[in-house]
Write a protein that binds this ligand. Structure first.
Ligand code: BGC
Length: 901
């Protein structure tokens, strides 16, 4: 029996800065046999590594707990202390009662949790230097060697921590963006290795970031080898000066004058090297400031990092002394340039997603974002420059001011984003599908910047809720999103109106409507639900229950006879011909419709979409109330959902015609998706949808972001997977293939290729929701709300005609789930892998095999026509139900051959 592995505390391995009273623990299991689950576990926690033994564990010994739970076990021992490190391990018993040894030891470091754990205060630069980046400096002595040292720092907008001349770790653009007046994230660093017994210097560079000014809060706890403790904080005297960064702005870029570098400012001995005048004229005492006001919370999600270095594929010379580097892909981050030149020479880097006819970078679609970095040379040997406190969304970098013609290698693209692990590996035999998947993943990566943004390039980059209602599931299939979204949910709660419960369009709130559009605000109900469904997290449901409820109640307050009669965006951004132009007025029943951007749909009533979100949210809220044991609420919201459903059908359904409203694709898809269509009428409505796609749109979609998310799933659910596949692989306008034919390497905001001002982002993840369909329907890997977090997995692949194979592996809390299928002269080879302590239902549609099937595994027939012949290890049952053959399996790897009879 193998011991548990991959131990996680609050979803992280050996995390620093845990500031929750009852952290949760998870682990993964391995077993040589198939069909194995966990019968019991025992978990121990101690304050010293040497005490981590069942006899001596001083914090918690769970004892043998009979439970299948291996994900998110809540700590239940003696109270945990701030700023202490703890050690833990776990063992398990399998369902046959066999016992493993204890796992390896894992750790977690608590952060300051209570206000009196903080001795620091906020400081700032007394000089008015708008745009400049400040250098904060603290020098101190240590008389003894260092045993442990932790830094807790909130330097906002952004900060870079340096200790004795070295960057404390690889994070950039830290900390994450929040509603600073409500919450500020501090980052935790372990820095014992960087400190010296003797003189030490802490240097912190700050940038404006989203906060728009620079303030620092710093606390370091040091344990010395003689057992004494020392604490360094920003309450004590610090010095501050301006550095070489003269301008820094997220949208506009950075200006860096290397001649103004203060060499040695972040190492001991600086004071002796520079003159008294320099010290007097350039450095001042940092002053205490009020600070942003928000409570301090540990940043537990992945920090932003440079996650990849991208080499240019080409460099062109469209004009004298102008060079345009092409990275071959649209990334988010910045460029690093290497240059040799004389002191004072100015190099400009201008970023853009597209080039114009002359091959120059076209920044029109960035609107007012200047996206330009400037570097002024110091004249030293080869200088390398990359900005620190800005970022851009770009494929091309236009460089001006170089002393001579550059080599391609002189510039590197730095792909910068929150460092979430990838969560899947999806491939098929169709290159176009693979390319759409690749573009979606690339675009989504670049939009995960401590908040999930709409786009990374123009003057927005905001946490638009509606975009996430649409792309959250795609993001969850492709990345490990749980910590990131847990954090962003707090931003949503922080932005929620305290009085009315209304949720704004963006969180942290910067722009957009307040109250937000119903589809945007409903993200606040759907996102916690997705975290429950995909990660099995019930804590987010508990923590946000009141907030979600207040949002649904807000919509209720705005509804009339159960129809939600307000809208701003509806089925936002359908193909241009289906949008109202910027000067048209909205239909009478769409008060407030945001037509100005030319992206408001004209064929799908806004009220239909709003009411649908209202119904969806009420229904999910009732479901959540049930999970949390709130029975009264469960009934109340399920009755509300029934009433909304009835009103929706009364208002929009034309039974005779089998359509809703005017019969646009989205008007039909939405009620079909939530099974709101009266029994017996579904086929008629589906028929109309198919007719609309085939006849009115010549085999194309005509949906905005809302309809697009649900269109392909609905077609697949109603047995039209071939048509869904045709839409997915369509190359003519409007389609994902059309974007790719026109050079897209990410997903566009619009179905059209547009490069002018306005809403023409080339990196907007929302239409990438198709990737969710790839995982859920082509590979067929789906969660099951009856046993969330993929404890129970549903595997229901679509063996569409044109595909020869699909291969998918999705990381789930218990381990990877795999579904890999390949066609082979009349039979299908299906490999499935389910982690230990999980189970799956595999559903095979009989329509795929008209004459019935036999299923063989390793030469043994397990199913033929209607009978189960052989129950091999791990196979719980095979049966036939509603035109499907269903296999119930336990954990392990399976390799089935499905033969048509
Ligand atoms: C953003 C969106 C957002 C929309 C709502 C746009 O400017 O980029 O993606 O959802 O506004 O109006």
């Amino acid at each position: 029996m193998q011991e548990p592995r991959d131990l996680l505390c609050e979803y992280s391995s050996d995390p620093l800065g845990i500031d929750v009273e009852k952290p949760r623990f998870s682990w993964r299991l391995e077993h040589a046999e198939r069909g194995r689950s966990q019968k019991a576990y025992r978990l121990i926690v101690a304050s010293e590594r040497s005490e981590l033994d069942p006899e001596s564990a001083d914090l918690w010994d769970s004892g043998k707990v009979v439970s299948e739970k291996s994900v998110n076990i809540e700590y239940d021992g003696r109270p945990l202390e701030s700023v202490e490190k703890y050690y833990w391990k776990v063992k398990w018993w399998d369902d046959k009662g066999r016992e493993s040894a204890f796992s390896e030891t894992a750790t977690f470091l608590m952060g300051p949790m209570k206000s009196d754990d903080w001795e620091a205060s906020w400081i700032g630069d007394p000089a008015e230097r708008p745009g400049y980046s400040s250098l904060f400096r603290k020098e101190f002595e240590l008389e003894k060697g260092v045993e442990t040292a932790q830094v807790y720092v909130a330097g906002i907008g952004y900060h870079e921590l340096r200790i004795n001349g070295e960057k404390a770790d690889d994070r950039v653009l830290d900390p994450g963006h929040t509603e600073y007046g409500k919450r500020v994230l501090y980052s935790t660093y372990e820095v014992a290795d960087l400190l010296e017994e003797d003189s030490n210097v802490i240097g912190v560079l700050t940038g404006n970031g989203w906060y728009g000014k620079q303030e620092l809060f710093f606390q370091m706890t040091i344990k010395l080898t003689d057992g004494t403790e020392k604490i360094i904080t920003s309450e004590q005297p610090w010095m501050v000066a301006s550095g070489p960064i003269l301008q820094n702005s997220i949208y506009d870029g950075e200006v860096y004058d290397a001649r103004l570098e203060k060499t040695g400012w972040d190492i001991p001995g600086y004071r002796d090297k520079v003159s008294d005048e320099v010290l007097r004229d350039e450095w001042t005492r940092a002053v205490h400031v009020e600070g942003p006001g928000g409570e301090l919370e540990s940043q537990k999600m992945e920090p932003i990092r440079v996650n990849e270095v991208v080499k240019p594929v080409d460099v062109s010379n469209p004009e004298d002394e102008v060079y345009v580097f092409d990275l071959g892909q649209n990334i988010t981050g910045w460029a690093e340039i290497s240059v040799d030149g004389e002191r004072g020479r100015e190099i400009n880097l201008k970023y853009g997603e597209v080039v114009d006819d002359e091959g120059r970078v076209n920044q029109d679609n960035l609107r007012s974002a200047r996206a330009k970095d400037t570097y002024i040379l110091s004249g030293d040997e080869t200088e390398k420059y990359e900005p620190r406190f800005t970022y851009h969304g770009f494929r091309y970098v236009e460089v001006e001011g170089l002393p001579e013609e550059p080599e391609k290698e002189d510039l590197l693209g730095k792909f910068v984003h929150s460092g979430m692990e990838s969560a899947s590996d999806f491939r098929t035999s169709n290159e176009l599908i693979n390319q759409i998947q690749e573009n979606t993943v690339r675009g989504t990566r670049g939009n995960l910047h401590s908040i999930p943004t709409d786009c990374p390039q123009r003057n927005e980059r905001l946490g638009w809720l509606g975009d996430n209602t649409i792309y959250a599931e795609e993001a969850i299939y492709n990345f490990d999103m749980v910590k990131f979204y847990t954090k962003w949910l707090k931003d949503i709660r922080d932005a929620q109106d305290e009085e009315t419960g209304a949720v704004p369009d963006t969180a942290p709130y910067r722009w957009g409507r307040k109250p937000g559009d119903p589809g945007w605000g409903s993200c606040y109900v759907l996102l916690p639900w997705f975290l429950y469904l995909y990660y099995g997290d019930t804590r987010v449901l508990e923590r946000h229950y009141e907030g979600m409820k207040r949002w649904v109640d807000y919509m209720k307050g705005r509804s009339k006879v159960n129809l939600l009669r307000y809208t701003y965006y509806g089925d936002w951004c359908p193909p241009e011909d289906s949008c109202l132009s910027a000067d048209e007025s909205p239909a009478e029943d769409s008060p407030g419709a945001h037509v100005g951007a030319g992206a408001y749909p004209k064929n799908t009533p806004g009220i239909l979409v709003s009411t649908w979100w209202y119904y969806y949210s009420a229904m999910i809220l009732s479901e959540i109330a049930k999970i949390l044991g709130k029975t009264d609420d469960m009934h109340e919201y399920s009755e509300l959902a029934d009433e909304i459903e009835k009103a929706f059908n009364d208002e929009f359904l034309n039974e005779e015609e089998g359509i809703y409203a005017e019969g646009s694709q989205t008007s039909l898809v939405l009620p079909l998706f939530l099974q709101m269509v009266p029994k017996g009428l579904e086929e008629k409505v589906v028929g109309k949808l198919v007719e609309n796609i085939r006849e009115e749109h010549n085999g194309h979609l005509d949906t905005g972001i809302v309809g697009t998310k649900y269109l392909l799933p609905v077609l697949s659910e109603y047995g039209r997977e071939e048509l869904a596949y045709n839409l997915a692989t369509q190359k003519s306008y409007p389609s994902w293939g059309y974007m790719i034919e026109n050079g897209a390497t990410t997903i566009w905001e619009r179905w059209e290729y547009k490069t002018g001002g306005g809403m023409n982002s080339h990196n907007h993840p929302m239409l990438g929701s198709i990737s969710e369909w790839f995982h859920k329907y082509l590979a067929g890997i789906r969660p099951d709300s009856s046993a969330p977090g993929f404890k129970r997995v549903r595997i229901e692949p679509s063996f569409v005609e044109d595909l020869d194979f699909v291969s998918d592996s999705v990381e789930t809390p218990r381990g990877p789930v795999k579904s890999i299928w390949k066609k082979n002269s009349g039979s299908i080879h299906l490999k499935v892998s389910i982690p230990v302590n999980g189970e799956a239902e595999i559903k095979l549609h009989k329509t795929d095999f008209e004459e019935g099937i036999s299923i063989v595994e390793e030469g043994e027939t397990i199913w033929k026509k209607e009978s189960l012949l052989n129950r091999r290890e791990g196979i719980i049952d095979v049966s036939e139900k509603e035109e499907c053959v269903i296999l119930e399996i336990g954990s392990g790897e399976y390799s089935f051959r499905i033969n048509e009879l």
